[in-house]
Design a protein around this ligand. Structure first.
Ligand code: NAP
Length: 284
């Protein structure tokens, strides 16, 4: 069996052109969906993510403001800025780029952002709504993954879904969204014993570990749907996933590549959430 490759890059491009039409219509009504990104310090990876977010915002007509602060910014200064952004009438979305310098408590910052502007979907209120099966801002990478599966009409209901990785931003919420779609979900993590027992039983396998070629074709069931979230830089400088693509592709029914897989969907769902927020602020 050779898998069909799900290119998130293509789906993201299609979704963004639809969003552009939606944003143009909002702008005609005088509504300009606006996202403010706050970045602290000089981490090159964070800067590159932020550039990607700005470029994508521009593409769909979402206004993107960038606030760059030095790594010496105190937690209180950042909290004061978030208060202002929460209150102003211009912003619909606030995103504080993670990770933050060690002297700032990430959870305190996440909880300071108004849930109504939390387009990352990390605030406990939005997580709680997601767990309760309610509509809300879903975390962007998990939401992008579900959108990719649905774009291929992949059945989720009743399937055995295995999520490898349990981070708050990817593993846990993607498992929750799969559960909301009526999959039977198992999480694997660093303390899981005999992990292959789980992975080779999965109809849908999501891998978000952050280790180059952590799983291979030998770890998956013939016909499985494999979503590779990992982004790892190889010795030759190129990016690769957590799954060894070539061997997995020979066994899976569908597989996402790295790059051009989940990554482009993450930014696209951030724009989706920002537009949704602009609509909500205007009771549309
Ligand atoms: P993370 O916070 O480091 O979490 C990694 C998870 O992998 C943890 O739950 C950890 O288990 C688990 N793990 C580590 N070693 C393991 C092992 N030997 N066996 C089983 N599980 C193991 O990472 P993350 O933020 O979720 O990101 C994961 C990967 O996705 C990274 O490569 C990241 O760059 C990528 N990513 C991509 C996107 C995108 O848009 N494409 C977005 C976010 C992240 P414990 O909990 O037990 O420690």
């Amino acid at each position: 069996m050779t898998a069909e490759v799900i290119y998130g890059s293509e789906l993201a491009a299609n979704l963004r052109s639809e969003m552009k039409i939606e944003v143009d219509a909002l702008r005609e009504k005088g509504i300009i969906p606006t996202l403010t990104v706050v970045i602290i310090g000089d981490d090159p990876a964070s800067k590159s993510y932020v550039r990607g977010k700005q470029k994508a915002s521009k593409e769909v007509g979402v206004e993107s403001n960038l606030i760059e602060l030095p790594s010496t910014t105190s937690q209180q200064e950042l909290l004061n800025l978030i208060d202002q952004l929460n209150e102003d009438k211009v912003n619909h979305g606030i995103l504080v780029q993670l990770p933050l310098p060690k002297h700032i408590d990430e959870q305190i910052i996440i909880e300071a952002i108004s849930p109504s502007k939390d387009v990352d979907g990390f605030h406990p209120i939005n997580i709680g709504r997601m767990i309760s099966g309610k509509d809300t801002f879903f975390p962007c990478t998990p939401f992008g993954i579900i959108t990719m599966l649905k774009s291929k009409n992949i059945e989720i209901e009743g399937k055995k879904a295995v999520v490898v990785g349990r981070s708050n931003i990817v593993g846990k919420p993607v498992g929750q969204l799969l559960l909301n779609e009526n999959a039977t979900v198992t999480y694997c993590h660093s303390k899981t014993k005999n992990m292959r027992e789980f992975t080779e039983d999965a109809d849908i396998l999501i891998v978000a570990v952050g280790k180059e070629h952590f799983l291979t074709g030998d770890d998956i069931k013939t016909g499985a749907v494999v979503v590779d979230v990992g982004v790892n830089r190889m010795a030759n400088g190129k990016l690769t996933g957590d799954v060894e693509f070539e061997s997995a592709k020979e066994k899976a029914s569908y597989i996402t590549p790295v790059p051009k897989g989940v990554g482009p969907m993450t930014i696209t769902m951030l724009l989706h959430n920002t537009i949704k927020s602009a609509r909500q602020f205007n009771n549309l």
